[in-house]
Design a protein around this ligand. Structure first.
Ligand SMILES: Cc1cc2nc3c(=O)[nH]c(=O)nc-3n(C[C@H](O)[C@H](O)[C@H](O)COP(=O)(O)OP(=O)(O)OC[C@H]3O[C@@H](n4cnc5c(N)ncnc54)[C@H](O)[C@@H]3O)c2cc1C
Length: 407
């Protein structure tokens, strides 16, 4: 039976980041996914995109994967405009507010995965095993036993569940989690705009939820994430193309001239999930397996990328001390660290959602005053934007420019 130090279930953005962050660590790693790789190349923008923050960009840079993103397709944005429809509440951020040359980058999820895969494939001590499904995991005292649908079996000191929101690993390890429905559905599509996006990410808070226009590599293309209350979202999805175009033009307040659909619409029901325990004997979960949050501030993947970098940092430290990487007692501090970061983000998202909930005129007036005053106070604005772009907080070493590699 083959043995690995670590088996990562899930070759999404988070699982691949974790694997790559362990390169040259001396640990043998297998990454298992039920999807086929390599991913076929694509001409049109993929519908799922992420706002990658500066901390994640630094992690990818330090892992040698950012060049693979830049050479494919991406769009850095320098400005962020946030406003409430039919109100004077608005706040604008600029890259100069934090003395950086951009605030973040909009990248198609598949572009990130391709760039990470290019690097993973170069590593002799990382095996990518796919497409296979895991048929069982048994957690033993000193190792785990894993069986795959292709009859392969192996043992590992530690299993990492990076297998997304409906994590199999979370389920078999019996890790308890809390969830609630946001009662929102996110509509995602690519939109062609009459006016150029000017490298600006825009977010309009409409009566039934936020609408984000995220600038793509083409100056007249944006990816939208329109989170709406369930009933409203279903109505919007049922509209024909021209009626939907009309609705989107109203919702974006005409800021980008005439806008029209350039792709099908897809929808995602939104749920908050937070795992109360990320760690058990010889297993840990990270990324969406451990937390899913409202996409309104585009932070879910960023949180998971930091989980992956923090995990690798801790495992390397444990290994270098000659200790067992699967022993929970060496991973407790890591679990506390990442749970605290996730909790902070969930609370911030709830605060945002509540701040912009409610169409009562008095509420709107108070909100308008608060947001407009914030817009005038430079230090307050700097604090908000620093958190949003990921340059504040308890960052893993890989997210810091001075440390090109985990020691
Ligand atoms: C509409 C929307 C917009 C978003 N926008 C942003 C944004 O702008 N910025 C941001 O940071 N985040 C954003 N997010 C969140 C982000 O998309 C997720 O946090 C991120 O994709 C999670 O990555 P992951 O690798 O943890 O999970 P996934 O991407 O779900 O990957 C899981 C992998 O595990 C594999 N897998 C699953 N089960 C098994 C199994 N049993 N065996 C083997 N393999 C398995 C799957 O095939 C998949 O490859 C958004 C989310 C939504 C819904």
């Amino acid at each position: 039976m083959q043995h690995y130090d670590l088996v990562i279930v899930g070759a999404g953005m988070i699982g691949l980041t974790a694997a790559l962050a362990l390169k040259d660590s001396g640990l043998s790693v297998a990454v298992v996914d039920s999807q086929e790789y390599p991913i076929p190349s694509f001409d049109k923008p993929e519908l799922r995109v992420s706002a990658i923050n500066l901390s994640s960009e630094q992690i990818f840079e330090n892992l040698g994967a950012w060049q693979g993103v830049a050479s494919r397709r991406m769009q850095a944005y320098q400005n962020m405009h946030v406003w409430e429809q039919d109100s004077f509440a608005r706040i604008e951020f600029n890259h100069q507010d934090i003395q950086r040359n951009h605030l973040g980058t909009i990248v198609e999820n598949e572009v990130v995965r391709q760039a990470l895969l290019d690097q993973v494939k170069e590593q002799a001590d990382i095996d990518l095993i796919c497409p296979v499904t895991i048929t069982s995991i048994a957690f033993g005292q000193s190792e785990c036993f894993i069986s795959l649908s292709n009859e392969q079996t192996f043992t590992a000191k530690l299993v990492i569940g990076a297998d997304g929101a409906n994590s199999y690993v979370r389920r078999v390890a019996n890790l308890p989690f809390t969830f609630w429905d946001y009662d929102h559905i996110a509509i995602v599509a690519t939109i062609e705009t009459e006016l150029e996006h000017n490298n600006t990410a825009r977010q309009a808070f409409t009566q039934d939820g936020p609408l984000a226009f995220l600038p793509l590599y083409d100056p007249n293309l944006c990816s939208i994430v329109w989170s709406q209350k369930v009933e409203k979202a279903e109505q919007l999805l049922a509209l024909d193309e021209s009626a939907f175009n009309q609705a989107i033009n109203v919702a974006i307040d005409g800021k980008l001239g005439v806008c029209k659909l350039a792709s099908p619409r897809v929808s995602y029901p939104l749920k908050m999930r937070y795992c109360r325990q990320w760690l058990a004997n010889r297993v840990m979960i990270i990324g969406d397996a451990a937390h899913t949050i409202h996409p309104l501030a585009g932070q879910g993947a960023n949180l998971g990328i930091a989980d992956a970098a923090a995990l690798a940092q801790t495992l390397i430290e444990v290994k270098n001390k000659g200790k067992d990487i699967g022993d929970v007692k060496y991973l407790r501090a890591l679990e506390r660290w990442r749970k605290a970061e996730a909790m902070k983000m969930i609370a911030t998202m709830e605060g945002f959602k509540r701040l912009f909930d409610g169409a009562n005129p008095l509420q709107k007036l108070v909100r308008g005053l608060g947001v407009s005053v914030t817009n005038q106070i430079a230090p307050l604005k700097r604090d908000i934007i620093s958190q949003a772009v990921g340059v504040d907080g308890n960052l893993p070493e890989l997210a810091k420019p001075a440390n090109a590699k985990v020691k």
